[in-house]
Design a protein around this ligand. Structure first.
Ligand code: NAI
Ligand code: A1CAB
Length: 264
């Protein structure tokens, strides 16, 4: 598989690392305006880097676009005359619809929207995927690409905005929860390194319990909350302080912000 990543910034580079660690490509071309941040990854034999997006497109079959929304139209316009039927065009761009992509390059292309997160670099991304009509013929290929680096779900395009908040922004939300738990552990007497170790492995355990036992969070909470015990005391205090409510409000604020990004 010959893969180009157009825009090797935070997400693009995470995808590149995920592809490398899962042997997911035979060649990979990364593009960026300033290549100085790509020195490390260039050491891998299958990786080349360039500022020339047309060169990357010509050398590749799978094109993963990971630039900022405001840069995307210009870049699509730059490469549209060299897009052929060999290309599968995958966009990770927030708030950028398939219809807008088709306005620039036309509908006769395999177009996929994918919303991964930065945990793709360690093979643990939750990635949501949808496609245009022609792209439906390549959706299994896209799923296979992202399943190598985590878990994927095909969704209707009108859920992509919500998926962006829950899965992509979600990494930041969970990080903050882990960080806050770490600070609590430090206050209770652990040193910072130990505190983070406790917080992140407990978080991993909670997610794994649900993933591996197909259980519901409240079912697992019931097993931990001893009557008159310490867990329910802590949990109820967190809820009095608005834990669930603040998370839900934050998620909705993120969602609403994407409407602004779309406008401009
Ligand atoms: N960072 C994240 O966790 C996620 C980001 N996204 C979306 O992915 C896209 C990229 O996000 P980030 O990686 O955070 O942004 P970023 O700003 O870190 O990366 C964008 C990269 O594109 C490069 N670039 C700009 N113009 C270019 C051009 N003409 N040709 C080639 N490269 C060019 C920049 O040099 C930069 O390295 C955005 O649309 C974002 O909404 C989606 C999911 C998660
Ligand atoms: O914060 C953002 O706008 C982008 C999209 C999701 C993750 N990062």
């Amino acid at each position: 598989m010959k893969i180009a990543i157009i825009g090797a910034g935070n997400l693009g580079l995470s995808i590149a690392k995920g592809i490398l660690s899962t042997n997911g490509a035979t060649s990979m071309v990364l593009t960026k305006r300033n290549l100085s941040g790509l020195k490390e990854i260039e050491k891998y034999g299958i990786v080349t880097t360039t500022t020339d997006n047309r060169e990357a497109v010509a050398k590749s079959d799978i094109l993963i676009f990971a630039v900022q929304p405001g840069q995307f139209v210009k870049i699509l316009g730059e490469v549209k005359d060299i897009l052929t039927d060999k290309h599968v065009i995958i966009s990770t761009i927030t708030g950028f619809s398939i219809a807008r992509m088709e306005e620039v390059i036309g509908p006769d292309h395999y177009i996929i929207r994918a919303m991964p997160n930065t945990a793709i670099s360690v093979g643990k991304s939750m990635t949501c995927i949808c496609s245009n009509e022609k792209g439906a013929k390549r959706i299994d290929l896209a799923k296979a690409i992202f399943n190598r680096m985590g878990h994927s779900m095909q969704i209707p395009e009108d859920q992509m905005q919500a998926a962006t908040v829950i899965c992509a922004s979600g990494i930041a939300f969970w990080m903050r929860l882990i960080r806050a738990t770490t600070q609590g552990a430090i206050q209770l007497g652990f040193d910072a390194k130990e505190a983070q170790e406790l917080a992140m492995h407990t978080c991993n355990g909670a997610a794994s319990l649900l993933i591996e036992s197909d259980s519901h969070p409240e079912n697992e909470i019931d097993k931990v909350t001893t009557p008159r015990g310490c867990t329910i005391s802590g949990l109820n205090e967190m809820e009095h302080q608005g834990l669930s409510s603040s998370l839900i409000r934050g998620i909705v604020a993120s969602f609403d912000k994407i409407n602004e990004i779309k406008k401009g």
